[in-house]
Design a protein around this ligand. Structure first.
Ligand code: ZN
Length: 227
């Protein structure tokens, strides 16, 4: 196994060493360290991730999310989400059924897509924990400001692609890792609930793994189309 940390971190035998939480590869390298956390990188899919010992508790996580401004009536937030919802709805035939996965406390994306004539179910482990969504199949799924929070992104992406019908769309919004220089100055890593950071190569790897086609529709908005 790759000893990513020559300074003895991980000697507590924690699950940090089990490999990449996205592609399960075991070649993990040290990427960056700041005062708050250590960041590791998967040598295969390039995901940058924060080891489990730095994860915040569910209660802290919820306090941070309650603070997020995602009021469906807020024009700034609607504009932000439209970077994903506009290109997605341009590609959808009328009257499709989708899921807003990780909708958070304010169902803004649901409002935007329902205004376009689609039906949108909601799921969120904290705010809308409806297990019924996992028995359905969807024409589209959105996960905005979600994938950077996932503790087990590999199994979550497995689930999302399973929930999609053939030809269905998975839309995600997250900010991409550019390089190590930009990473150290990045505001995105200051939010301690952000534990996974994707690069363009990570997205390409996801597309390949799930046999999907990837489209970059904005600098932080991406559509995968399931085959
Ligand atoms: Zn990986």
């Amino acid at each position: 196994m790759n000893a990513y940390d020559p300074n003895g971190e991980g000697s507590d035998g924690s699950r940090d060493r089990t490999g990449c939480p996205l592609c399960r590869c075991r070649d993990i390298l040290m990427f960056f360290r700041d005062r708050a956390r250590t960041y590791l990188q998967c040598d295969a899919c390039q995901l940058v991730f924060v080891p489990e010992r730095y994860w915040v508790s569910a209660e802290e996580e919820r306090r941070t999310y309650d603070f997020h401004q995602n009021d469906p009536g807020d024009p700034g937030y609607r504009r932000f989400l439209s970077r994903l919802s506009d290109p997605l709805s341009e590609r959808l035939p009328p009257g499709r059924t989708g899921l807003d996965f990780g909708c958070g406390p304010g169902p803004a994306l649901q409002a935007l897509l329902e205004e376009k004539g689609h039906t949108v179910d909601l799921y969120d482990p904290l705010y809308n924990n409806d297990p019924g969504v996992f028995r359905k199949r969807y024409d589209f799924i959105c996960a905005t400001e979600v994938v950077e929070h996932l503790r087990a992104p590999g199994s979550e992406f497995d689930t999302l692609f399973q929930l999609l019908k053939p030809g269905g769309w998975l839309g995600i919004m997250t900010k991409l890792v550019i390089d190590k220089q930009a990473f150290r100055r990045w505001h995105y890593i200051r939010d301690l609930t952000h534990i996974c950071f994707y690069s363009r190569r990570t997205l390409d790897d996801i597309a390949r793994r799930y046999n999907a086609r990837l489209e970059l529709v904005a600098e932080d908005a991406f559509l995968f189309r399931k085959a």
